[in-house]
Ligand binder design. Structure first.
Ligand SMILES: [Zn+2]
Length: 305
């Protein structure tokens, strides 16, 4: 004992009582699970039940090759640093929204593939054949990818709603995904324009630019209002704070920028929440006008009250 250093002796005297009081088996060595999160977040909007579904998310390299095409490397770096964001990679989220109006189950967009949307739906407690209506904001692959499963409709009992201009554009310029996933459903699709009603309490808002007929939607229930903005803005800093920064995936870059200013200007003025398909999950937030664009404020507990 006298050979112990003072520190060892102190450690033994501190440890001994605890060991005596609480003998325990060998550590279980629980395996490290890796990053994780729930696949859905649900809240009420008046009488409507709204569920944000995390159908997919992935890391994408070199985001400046997608966002801020007309911004210098220096500007992109300083804006990103100010927001505590790296510039070498970004996380992309894919968030379809499920709205149970009480009389209809309405799904906005369908993820990249059928497996991911049905997995997120299952996590939220719904089966694909319970979906009454699928609303498509636009026809990019990450929004129509879940429509068909092995050549059959994923949502067996659903009808479909989309913008007339959007469907007209892709009918004239069909992508492989449009031909495979939308054309077989054509006789079950109804079309709307600005101000059209997708379901009771759900009204379309023209948001052209990202694609020629891209539509946003406004939910209105029991005095509560929120927007579903689809791909009107696809990053909470690089698009919302800088609406004029060009985005690789915007078909008409000037129109997309003007639409960002108009749609988010209204959301900021009305101080309503919105769900953005590619915003960081659960993809629900607010904006206020700030500087040359908008400051994004992620929702915290507002929608739980
Ligand atoms: Zn998208």
């Amino acid at each position: 004992m006298k050979d112990l250093t003072r520190r060892q002796s102190l450690a033994l005297s501190l440890a001994a009582p605890a060991l005596a009081l609480a003998p325990r088996p060998a550590a279980a060595k629980a395996p490290i699970q890796g990053p994780g999160a729930a696949l859905y977040q649900r809240f009420m909007l008046g009488e409507m039940e709204v569920t944000a579904l995390l159908s997919n998310n992935r890391t994408v390299e070199k985001p400046h090759e997608i966002f801020g095409l007309n911004a210098s490397d220096d500007d992109f770096a300083s804006v990103s640093a100010e927001a505590f964001l790296p510039t070498d990679k970004a996380q992309f989220f894919f968030t379809p929204t499920l709205v149970n109006t009480g009389s209809e189950l309405v799904l906005f967009d369908t993820s990249t593939d059928p497996g991911s949307i049905t997995a997120a739906l299952a996590a939220a407690g719904y089966a694909p054949d319970q979906v009454d209506k699928v609303v498509l904001t636009h026809m990019h692959p990450d929004h129509i990818g879940g429509l068909m499963t092995d050549g059959a409709p994923t949502f067996a009992n659903a009808t479909y709603v989309t913008g007339a201009a959007e469907h007209n554009f892709w009918s004239a310029n069909p992508s492989d995904q449009f031909t495979a996933n939308v054309v077989p459903l054509n006789d079950r699709i109804s079309f709307l324009d600005d101000g059209g009603t997708a379901a009771p309490g759900i009204v379309a808002m023209e948001a052209f630019g990202h694609t020629p007929g891209h539509m946003a939607f406004v939910l209105d229930s029991g005095g509560k209002v929120m927007a579903i903005t689809g791909d009107t803005a696809n990053h909470y800093v690089w698009s919302l704070a800088h609406p004029d920064w060009e985005v690789k995936f915007d078909a008409d870059k000037a129109a997309a920028a003007a639409t960002r200013r108009r749609v988010f200007g209204k959301i900021a003025t009305d101080r309503i929440p919105f769900i953005g398909y590619h915003m960081p999950f659960p993809s629900v937030g607010y904006v206020e006008a700030q500087g040359d664009g908008f400051r994004y404020v992620p929702a915290s507990y507002q929608l739980m009250l």
